[in-house]
Ligand binder design. Structure first.
Ligand SMILES: Nc1ncnc2c1ncn2[C@@H]1O[C@H](COP(=O)(O)OP(=O)(O)OP(=O)(O)O)[C@@H](O)[C@H]1O
Ligand SMILES: [Mn+2]
Length: 567
């Protein structure tokens, strides 16, 4: 602008000098631009250049995808820090980025159009979209059914009121599992590294694990909408490990971890690569347990609306500082060694795979594990263990009765506790869960003794699930096939999860992204996720076949007066 004004006021000789100078300046600019493009290519890329990593897209689309990516990244980070604080904010932000990177890296760009939805902001785009699906699912009336209010005796534990405490002497029948008055809740010293605890009857003073215990009811292990759930998973994922000993019972290596505020978790280590499929020649009872199966089972159970698995999170621990250096378990510590590759390994003492040929190894110290919130101590809340009527023979040659007798369910239906209440349909719920995740190892299940037979079934021990995606195991669904009975709320939710808008694999993928270990690698690979959809369709077919066979009472109507869609 200034140049033009100057030109207008000067004579022809000076004009030609200025013209020459302008030409020179233009030539210099062109030279500079050329230099930039050829030598400093990366630094001088213009917004419209074709450096897009997505060749099939136009330049504008690319720049949109970048801006969308970063905005959805921040919105994903902020909304997840509000709703799903599984890891502290700074760490979470870092992990989200790591996650994004991972997804971007894994997506082949040639299938960009097919994955268009995901590609909008890659990892985060998928997260935001999927989270909408997950959020929509949990907003659906089938996940918010009106339920009768819980009465006093519907809670597993309760904090005694002052009156309770005063009447204690006269009240012989006071439940043993009720937590005593305040004095019991306080510890005077920071004993052996434990925090000083000063919990009162005020819920605000309780650590998340205690709130979880106090929230267990006759109906379910936790309320999906309880804000404490997010605090609990965050707590499990971040607490400093104070103690680690091997947990006895069961066949495979697992540890009992203690936290400074008296919380405890059950640890299952990663033993094989995440995607290793179970060896076809292994019997299910010799299959390795998988840490990601424990995590995925918790998410699946929650998506099915059951809430019968204790919350499980994945975590990276340091085998040396979190186990070897602090354990008081002498038998376990003797099994530590350094592998030829320089990794810290141990194998513990147990029935299966506790030998130097099957070590659990860090890289060199870092180990992926699952941590399951521990249920209240058995002394406080005793449990009853039930043998599954459809238990496998656990023999390489013998068949179980249910495998030989197609009318086996008729006899089960007549026996207590299956002849009464909801036990049979509760069992069928568990069979559906197990079929979806390919868990053949449900030999027993447990209930809380205090609730008698009117209660949910605990779905503990899911380490042998998600072993195979290429095959389904119809025998797991035999209880449904033989009994032809299913809870109506379960069936309706299964149907919902088979619709494209709520597709089980999609909501599962998103649900699993909430776990801290999702930042390392997806907790279930895509073939496992699509196996879920395939198996779900099979469950619905079995129910349809039952209905077509004119079986009486296929559907157990637990939704009196609720009619969202015809059966
Ligand atoms: N979250 C939990 N809280 C408290 N106790 C638990 C929890 N999970 C499992 N248990 C108890 O620990 C026992 C052993 O755990 P688990 O069944 O997972 O181990 P396992 O080695 O897989 O056993 P198995 O070889 O019998 O299948 C279970 O029978 C159960 O009673
Ligand atoms: Mn097991």
């Amino acid at each position: 602008m200034r140049k033009i004004m100057i030109k207008q006021n000067l004579g022809p000789s000076t004009r030609s000098i200025y013209l020459g100078l302008a030409c020179l300046s233009l030539a210099l600019h062109l030279l500079l631009a050329f230099f930039c493009l050829s030598v400093l290519q990366t630094a001088c890329v213009l917004p419209t250049s074709s450096s897009s990593s997505i060749p099939t897209r136009t330049d504008t689309q690319h720049s949109q995808s970048i801006s969308h990516s970063s905005s959805s990244s921040s919105s994903a980070a902020s909304s997840s820090s509000q709703k799903l604080p599984t890891i502290p904010q700074s760490e979470e932000h870092h992990q989200l980025n790591a996650n994004t990177f991972h997804h971007k890296k894994n997506h082949s760009f040639s299938d960009a159009t097919e994955r268009e939805g995901e590609m909008i902001g890659a990892g985060e785009g998928q997260k935001v979209m999927g989270r909408q699906k997950l959020e929509e699912l949990f907003k659906h009336p089938l996940y918010n059914l009106p339920r009768p209010e819980l009465q006093d005796d519907d809670w597993l534990l309760r904090v005694k009121t002052n009156e309770h405490a005063r009447d204690r002497g006269s009240e012989e029948e006071e439940r043993e599992d009720a937590i005593d008055d305040d004095s019991q809740w306080q510890s005077d010293s920071e004993e052996e590294g434990y925090d000083k605890a000063s919990w009162t009857r005020d819920v605000e003073t309780h650590p998340p694990w205690l709130r979880f215990h106090l929230g267990i009811s006759r109906r379910e292990l936790y309320d999906r909408k309880d804000p404490n759930l997010a605090q609990l998973t965050h707590y499990l994922a971040t607490q400093r490990v104070l103690g680690a000993v091997q947990k006895r019972g069961g066949t495979q290596l697992k540890l009992l971890i203690s936290f400074p505020n008296y919380g405890q978790v059950l640890l299952k280590p990663m033993r094989q690569s995440r995607d290793a499929e179970t060896d076809v020649n292994l019997f299910y009872f010799s299959d390795f347990e998988r840490h990601n199966a424990e995590i995925a089972a918790f998410h699946l159970d929650r998506l099915l609306g059951f809430n019968r698995i204790p919350p499980v999170v994945g975590r990276l621990i340091n085998v040396t500082s979190d186990v070897r250096e602090i354990t008081t378990d002498k038998r376990m510590s003797r099994t530590f060694f350094t592998s030829p590759a320089g990794n810290v390994c141990f194998y513990g003492q147990c029935e299966y795979y506790c030998s130097s040929e099957h070590p659990v190894c860090g890289r060199p110290h870092e180990l992926e594990v699952s941590l399951a919130a521990m249920l209240p101590d058995l002394a406080l809340a005793p449990r009853r263990s039930w043998r599954s009527p459809w238990r496998r023979s656990y023999s390489r040659i013998k068949l179980a009765q249910w495998e030989k007798d197609p009318a086996y369910c008729d006899s089960v239906k007549q026996r207590p506790p299956y002849d009464h209440g909801t036990r049979l349909v509760d069992f069928i719920d568990m069979a559906v869960l197990d079929f979806l995740m390919g868990n053949m190892d449900r030999h027993h299940y447990e209930t809380f003794e205090i609730f008698g037979n009117e209660t949910f079934l605990l779905h503990l021990d899911n380490g042998r699930a998600f072993g195979r995606h290429s095959r389904d195991e119809p025998s797991i669904l035999v209880p449904l096939q033989q009994c032809c009975r299913i809870r109506r709320s379960t069936l309706l939710r299964l149907r919902l999860l088979s619709l494209p808008g709520f597709r089980l694999s999609d909501v599962m993928r998103e649900s699993l992204l909430q776990d801290p270990l999702a930042a390392v690698a997806p907790l279930l690979s895509e073939p496992h996720l699509s196996a879920l959809d395939r198996r779900l369709a099979f469950v619905l077919q079995v129910v349809e076949a039952c209905q077509q066979q004119q079986h009486a009472d296929v559907i157990y109507n637990d939704l009196e007066g609720y009619d969202p869609q015809p059966d």
